[in-house]
Design a protein around this ligand. Structure first.
Ligand code: GTP
Ligand code: MG
Length: 208
């Protein structure tokens, strides 16, 4: 596991830019993008709010399947290396209760977004700490196959019992089949744990 610098990112501006339902709405790739990928309900929208320190910029819901389009947020920071970036909130996959006709559009939409060229796009794969599923591993393999080295974030770590935490996270890393050069970190949008570490990683990735 590689070590990385923590970084306290100051957010100067964060605003919703647009919802994209087809490729012509996607960002043109000029500004660094951070895209959040993961199953429905894993905490993607919550993590955006937490990273950007905004209460309800991205819509959060207890009901899986809340985010149904590609939502783009424009962010300005005080960091000279990363003064402007886009946060991209993607629909979650794998939730059976969303109408089939709706779900059928998500896969191609996520795929067409991620396969559209961008100068600097960092993909963050969110997996729930307590409940990794084989689908997460498949997503990891797919992301690698299309050329990404995702930053993997174990979400909702506040739900882990301290005594079981290390063992649970080790199991998660093993189940995902993470490689040595792949970044893995933990997050709780509830407590803010992991925010500085994740910004450190994102900053390092977005620069290159
Ligand atoms: P979709 O838009 O359906 O794909 O879901 P999402 O991945 O955007 O998840 P969302 O952020 O809407 O969160 C889903 C549920 O998990 C909500 O009830 C959140 O309050 C809860 N949640 C998200 N992050 C955390 C966390 O770090 N800790 C705890 N305890 N709950 C969380
Ligand atoms: Mg969402």
């Amino acid at each position: 596991m590689r070590t990385f610098q923590e970084f306290r990112m100051k957010i100067l501006k964060a605003e919703f830019t647009r919802s994209c339902v087809s490729p012509e709405h996607f960002p043109n790739g000029d500004v660094p993008e951070i895209a959040l990928v993961g199953r429905s309900n894993v905490g993607k929208s919550s993590l955006i709010n937490s990273l950007l320190q905004r209460k309800a910029l991205a819509k959060v819901s207890r009901t899986p399947g809340k985010t149904r389009v590609v939502n783009v947020f424009s962010v300005a920071t005080d960091d000279a290396m990363l003064p402007h970036l886009l946060m991209v909130d993607l629909p979650g996959y794998g939730y059976a209760k969303v109408a089939k006709s709706v779900r059928a559009q998500w896969g191609p939409m996520i795929e067409s977004y991620l396969t559209q060229p961008a100068r600097r796009r960092t993909v963050v794969l969110l997996v729930e700490s307590r409940v990794p599923v084989s689908q997460d591993r498949h997503t990891m393999i797919w992301l690698r196959s299309i050329g990404y080295l995702p930053v993997v974030v174990a979400t909702k770590v506040d739900k882990l019992k301290p005594s079981a935490r290390i063992a649970t996270l080790r199991r998660l890393e093993a189940e995902l089949g993470l490689h040595e050069d792949e970044s893995f970190t933990v997050y709780s949008s509830m407590t803010g744990e992991g925010r500085d570490q994740l910004w450190g990683l994102l900053k390092e990735r977005s620069r290159t």
